[in-house]
Ligand binder design. Structure first.
Ligand SMILES: *Cc1c(COP(=O)(O)O)cnc(C)c1O
Length: 401
């Protein structure tokens, strides 16, 4: 077990800790499930974009799914080969498209006809052929939180099957576009196989239709979205997940691509925070900690549950409390109405499953410095991002005073 107290002492709090060996295990299990097929796992960089995390992912032979040119550049900088980098996202600026084409990454995932026209024009201006994939919205309910559900027609993502077909035909006839992939991503934190299966069937049928039109899709991209256990969710069996996707792909000569974010890193991360003090206002008990919503926003943003473990020898006098940060917002909390023992100044709390959408969603709100990040590699701890200072925060403003 990780010695969190020592890490907290050595690096200070709040602190993110990522277990790289656990990331390797998650990756290996996924590859194992997919082993009957050619597959490419492209880590969704937005879940955790620390350069050392990306380097570790690259060493596992994975690629990256990026949603901005910044993420593409991060992946390249960390050593991810360009032919394993996908650029997705519902809106791409001209300069982002241009840079992606110049960098010659594997493919751009397109989400509208309008975007395709921009890509075509920019490719023409550069004298390049853009490898593209189209994100199809299969109109399937992923049965997850509405903010992280993306595969319904009411969502802004992707295009419907008929539009996709029109786009593929246009791309095939264009001198500057090469349709190589098809893509869906129906949501995040999905805990059932069924939505993936339904989406895969819709897309595989489209691939067959395209083949009849002499449009040969090489990459069958099933997106990310595999959920993890935050509380008592029953997560999907990777074997069933893989098998149902394979069943839909029968007879197709394509490489399976998937884009896990949360699945690869979520459970491998911990957020460490210390108790400042307890406060009782007659109605409620509040445990006030040094971490806040600017460090880990998931509870505030999605009412997400994160298990909180107390690192303390003697755990007595359990009672119900809210665990809250110091930020001037009522939404600044990590947990509500949970049972914790009586706590004192400097007691350490470990917030679990914080490896995905934790640090990457953090901000400087309330002029709080973003926290340090630590990797655990074969039992050894290593700093992978130093704690910001006040100087860092004002750096881009101070010369204009
Ligand atoms: C966010 C995202 C992912 C990763 O989602 P997870 O739920 O973290 O697996 C994959 N693909 C695309 C296009 C995304 O936007």
């Amino acid at each position: 077990m990780v010695d969190f107290s020592t890490l907290a002492q050595k690096y200070g709090t709040p602190l993110y800790v990522y277990d790289f060996d656990a990331i390797t295990e998650q990756f290996t299990a996924l590859k194992e499930a997919f082993k009957a097929r050619k597959s490419l796992v492209c880590f969704a960089v937005k879940a955790n974009s620390n350069l050392s995390v990306l380097k570790h992912i690259a060493q596992l032979d994975a690629g990256c799914d990026c949603v901005s040119i910044g993420e593409v550049k991060r992946a390249l900088f960390a050593g991810v080969p360009k032919y394993k980098i996908i650029f997705s996202g519902v809106g791409k600026r001209d300069d982002e498209i241009e840079e992606a084409l110049v960098q010659d990454i594997l493919m751009l995932n397109l989400e509208s006809e309008e975007e395709m026209m921009r890509v075509e024009e920019i490719a023409q201006n550069l004298g390049k052929i853009a490898r593209i994939s189209i994100r199809v919205n299969p109109n399937i309910d992923a049965q997850t939180h509405p903010y992280i559900s993306t595969g319904l027609h009411e969502n802004k993502f992707g295009v419907d099957v008929d539009s996709a077909k029109r786009m593929y035909i246009h791309a095939k006839n264009s001198a500057f576009l090469e349709p190589v992939g098809i893509h869906f991503h129906i949501g995040s934190q999905i805990t059932q196989v069924e939505p993936f299966k339904e989406a895969a069937v819709v897309l595989a049928n489209l691939v067959r239709n395209l083949k009849a039109l002499d449009i040969n899709i090489k990459f069958f991209d099933i997106g990310g979205g595999v959920g993890i256990q935050y509380k008592d969710e029953v997560t999907i069996s990777l074997y069933e997940y893989a098998q149902s996707i394979f069943a839909s792909m029968a007879g197709l000569d394509v490489t399976l691509v998937c884009e896990p974010g949360r699945y690869l890193v979520g459970d491998c991360g911990y957020f460490l925070t210390r108790v400042l003090y307890e406060k009782h206002n007659g109605y409620k008990r509040f445990v006030i900690v040094d971490g806040a919503m600017n460090d880990l926003i998931r509870p505030s943003l999605y009412s997400a549950y994160h298990e909180i473990v107390v690192e303390k020898k003697e755990q007595l006098e359990f009672s119900v409390c809210d665990v809250v940060g110091p930020i001037c917002e009522s939404g600044d909390f990590f947990a509500k109405n949970i049972e914790l023992p009586k706590l004192e100044h400097d007691d350490l709390l470990i917030i679990k499953s914080a490896g995905a959408y934790g640090f990457t969603m953090s901000s400087n709100y309330n002029t709080r410095a973003r926290v340090a990040e630590i990797a655990l590699i074969k039992g050894q701890d290593k700093l992978i991002r130093k704690r910001e200072t006040f100087e860092d925060i004002i750096d881009l403003e101070k010369e204009y005073l």
